[in-house]
Ligand binder design. Structure first.
Ligand code: SAH
Length: 361
C-alpha cells in the first residue's frame, strides 16, 4: 500500500506514470487511497482554479442521429426515441436566457443530425457570439470533416467536445458499429486541435467490455494528448439499446479517475458530468470534491429535455433553468465552492497559476 502513496506523490509532481504504475493505482483503490488521491486533487485544483466552479449552459439542439453507437439512447436504430430538432430561434432564445442568468459558455450538443450543416451552423454561431458578448461557444456535434471543423472555428466556435470513448481500438469496435472507426475518431481530435479549438476528449467508465488495461490506455492517451477539457462519466444502460442489460459503471471508480486526471493535468477543465449526477444524488458535489471544476446545467427548453435520453433516468429536473441554477449554486456553496460566471478558459499550468478574481454568482 505504501507504493500507492509514493506513486500518487510522484504523479502529483511529474504528471505522468508508466502504464504499469497507473494499473497499480487502479488495483489498489480503497476508501482510504481514494481519499488520499482526492485530497491531493483538491489541493492541486485549488492552486490553479481556487474554489471556483465554472458553469456551462448545455443546449441539446437535436436528438436526431445518423450514428448507431451501441450504448447511446438516441442511436438511429432506437425507433422508440421521439425525435426533435431545435430551431435557430429556440437555440438563440436558450442562449439569451442563459446569458441573463450569467452563463458565459454555451455548449451546443446533439446527435449527428445531417440538418446541421456548416451553412446552418456558421451563421448561428455568429449570432450567438454577437448577441452574447464575451461568451464562449462550445460545440459537441460529433465527427465532421477537417474542413467543417475549420469553418465552424472560423465562424467563432471556441471549443469542441468529442469524447474518444476508449483509447483501445478493439474496445472501440465493441462499442460501435463497423461503419464507425477508432481511426476516424482520433483523426477528428487531431483535426480539432489543428483548427485551433480548445479540445475536450473523454470516456465512459464501466462501458461494456472495458478492462483495467483499457482505462490505463485512456489515462495514457489523455496524458499525451493533453486536452484542455475532459469529460468522463459512468456508463448507464439505456433500455432500448443493445447494452440494455449491462450494469452501470462504478460511481466510486469515476471519482477516483477524476482525481487522477486532475493530477495528470492540473489545469484541465474537468466537469462533474450529468451521468455522475444521475447515478448518485450528490454526484456532482462529490465530483467537485474529487477534483472536478466544471458543471454543465441544462439550458434546453424544458419541453425537449426528456427526449435527449442518452441513458435511462438521465438527470433532468422539470425545473426552469433559473431555478436549477439557484439549486446548483446552493449545492456548491454547501461544500465550500462557488459558481462563477467567468468564461473560464483552460489555465495553462506552469504559465499562469494565479487566477483572476471572478464575479461570484
Ligand atoms: N454526438 C455527439 C454527442 C454525444 S452525447 C458526439 O458524438 O460527440 C455525449 C456523450 O454522452 C458521448 O460522447 C458518450 O460518452 C456519452 N454517453 C452516451 N450514451 C451514454 C450512456 N448510455 N451512458 C453514459 N454516457 C453515455
Amino acid at each position: 500500500m505504501n507504493r500507492f502513496f509514493l506513486l500518487a506523490d510522484r504523479l502529483e509532481k511529474e504528471h505522468r506514470l508508466a502504464p504499469e504504475e497507473y494499473r497499480y493505482l487502479l488495483d489498489h483503490r480503497t476508501a482510504e487511497t481514494a481519499e488520499y488521491l482526492a485530497g491531493k486533487a483538491r489541493a492541486v485544483r485549488e492552486r490553479v482554479y481556487g474554489r471556483d466552479v465554472y458553469i456551462r449552459g448545455l443546449i441539446e439542439i437535436s436528438n436526431i442521429c445518423k450514428n448507431d453507437c451501441f450504448y447511446c439512447g438516441i442511436r438511429r436504430s432506437n425507433h422508440r426515441c421521439r425525435r426533435y430538432r431545435l430551431t435557430e430561434e429556440e437555440i438563440l432564445s436558450c442562449c439569451a436566457e442563459g446569458y441573463a442568468l450569467g452563463f458565459r459558455t454555451f455548449v451546443l450538443q446533439g446527435g449527428e443530425d445531417p440538418y446541421f450543416t456548416d451553412a446552418v451552423l456558421c451563421p448561428l454561431i455568429g449570432k450567438i457570439k454577437a448577441s452574447c458578448p464575451g461568451c464562449a461557444v462550445t460545440l459537441s456535434l460529433g465527427e465532421r470533416s477537417k474542413a467543417s471543423y475549420q469553418a465552424l472555428r472560423d465562424a467563432g466556435a471556441d471549443r469542441y467536445l468529442l469524447r474518444h470513448e476508449t483509447a483501445d481500438q478493439a474496445h472501440y469496435e465493441r462499442l460501435h458499429p463497423a461503419e464507425m472507426s477508432y481511426e476516424n475518431r482520433m483523426r477528428c481530435l487531431e483535426d480539432l486541435r489543428a483548427a485551433g479549438y480548445q479540445v475536450g476528449c473523454g470516456f465512459m467508465v464501466g462501458s461494456p467490455g472495458q478492462t483495467p488495461e483499457n482505462i490505463v490506455a485512456d489515462l495514457k492517451f489523455i496524458e499525451g494528448f493533453a486536452p484542455e477539457m475532459c469529460g468522463i462519466g459512468p456508463f448507464i444502460p439505456h433500455n432500448a439499446t443493445p447494452f440494455a442489460d449491462f450494469p452501470a459503471g462504478s460511481f466510486r471508480l469515476t471519482l477516483f479517475l477524476l482525481s487522477l486526471l486532475r493530477l495528470i493535468h492540473p489545469g484541465l477543465l474537468l466537469p462533474a458530468t450529468t451521468a455522475l449526477g444521475t447515478i448518485h444524488p450528490r454526484g456532482r458535489e462529490l465530483g467537485i470534491l474529487a477534483g472536478a471544476n466544471v458543471v454543465m446545467p441544462n439550458l434546453s427548453p424544458v419541453s425537449v429535455r426528456k427526449k435527449y435520453e442518452l441513458y435511462n433516468n438521465k438527470l433532468c429536473t422539470g425545473e426552469e433553468s433559473a431555478q436549477s441554477l439557484v439549486d446548483l449554486a446552493r449545492r456548491m456553496e454547501e461544500i465550500g465552492y462557488r459558481v462563477v460566471t467567468a468564461r473560464g478558459d483552460a489555465v495553462k499550468f506552469n504559465e499562469k497559476v494565479e487566477v483572476d478574481q471572478h464575479e461570484t454568482l
